[in-house]
Design a protein around this ligand. Structure first.
Ligand SMILES: [Fe+2]
Ligand SMILES: [Fe+2]
Length: 337
């Protein structure tokens, strides 16, 4: 291959585009990325530049691959929700970001490791929800398995995972938060019993809201109260998610009950079936606690977030009849361990 001439230019962060090959100034301690040189693969990575406070960066245009119709980062950041499926074409080999395995295998301090694992899991969920094809669901499950294996076997990093919160790109972040918190609770309840397939459980938890890709983006992003009609559409997402997994041939018993029942409540006021208490599978009861907790602690443009302790108090005082009491008490202990 002929050697390419290097065309390095310094550009401002707001001019960054997906596909640009960036060269960062020094070791990774001074920035949030695992590598100092890499090609930008998603708007999420550009957002990380903004969040880190870096003003400008060097770009090697001879190693960049920028798509003609690439939008500016600002246009992408306007929406904190997932785009409609089909907006981006992701291939199965791109679904699990290389940073996920790198973070899991790296020898960095547990707090940094937890952060890197969470960031790359969010990127993975973003890609999957943008392009939820059968092959991509299969690929994402492998990434989820890696994460679950790591959470089960590494106690040091687990503690940090529970306490990192991200407040942007809500749906992707929510999927990862609920995935991680539910696995931490399942680990607390089931570790060492050998009776539960933690990987398939993890897949169910991370993918619990997969069906939201079939709900119109205007309903997902709506800030006011949903109309009866919109609410009826929203309530279909558990069944839509199960249908997507079944269509991909990736539905296990574990993921089926989690995806279908995560909005059911102990007192029978949930959906889609209104089943109660013992009729709801314990796996789904785990997921519903993490789901409500994350919704309360996430900041959205139209509501203030609650601190974890305030969210737990609100759940205990005003919503305890929605959850199974023992599970809720175990969940609360995750945050004080
Ligand atoms: Fe949901
Ligand atoms: Fe959810």
């Amino acid at each position: 291959m002929p050697e390419q001439e290097s065309k390095v230019q310094t550009i401002e962060i707001r001019d960054l585009k997906v596909g640009m090959y960036v060269i960062l100034p020094s070791g990774w301690f001074s920035h949030p990325f695992l590598k100092s040189q890499f090609r930008i693969e998603s708007p999420r990575e550009i957002q990380k530049f903004f969040e880190s406070g870096i003003q400008e960066v060097q770009v090697d245009f001879s190693r960049s691959e920028i798509a003609e119709n690439n939008s500016t980062p600002q246009a992408e950041f306007g929406q904190d929700e997932m785009k409609q499926p089909g907006a981006v074409k992701w291939e199965p080999e791109q679904i699990v970001p290389r940073e996920l395995s790198e973070a899991i295998l790296s020898d960095i301090p547990p707090s940094e490791k937890a952060k890197a694992i969470k960031e790359s899991s969010i990127l993975m969920m973003q890609r999957l929800l943008e392009e939820p094809s059968a092959a991509n669901i299969k690929a994402a499950k492998q990434g989820i398995f890696e994460t679950v294996d790591f959470i089960i076997s590494d106690d040091k990093t687990s503690g940090y995972l529970a306490n990192i919160t991200h407040h942007d790109m809500y749906t992707y972040t929510h999927s990862v938060n609920v995935g991680i918190l539910s696995i931490l609770l399942a680990k607390r309840l089931y570790k060492g019993t050998g009776k539960h397939n933690m990987r398939e459980l993890g897949a169910g938890f991370f993918l619990h809201d997969l069906g939201k890709v079939s709900v119109d983006i205007s309903i997902i992003n709506k800030q006011g109260k949903l109309t009866d009609e919109e609410w009826a559409i929203m309530k279909k997402h558990p069944e839509a998610g199960a249908a997507l997994l079944a269509g991909a041939n990736e539905i296990s018993e574990e993921s089926a009950v989690i995806v279908l029942q995560h909005h059911e409540r102990e007192d029978g006021t949930g959906y889609p079936c209104g089943i109660k208490a013992g009729e709801i599978h314990p796996y789904a009861r785990i997921c519903s606690i993490a789901d409500v907790f994350d919704a309360l602690t996430a900041e959205r443009s139209y509501k203030k977030k609650l601190k974890p302790i305030a969210a737990l108090r609100l759940m205990r005082d005003e919503m305890l009849n929605h959850f199974q009491r023992d599970l809720f008490e175990n969940f609360a202990r995750i945050f004080v361990a």
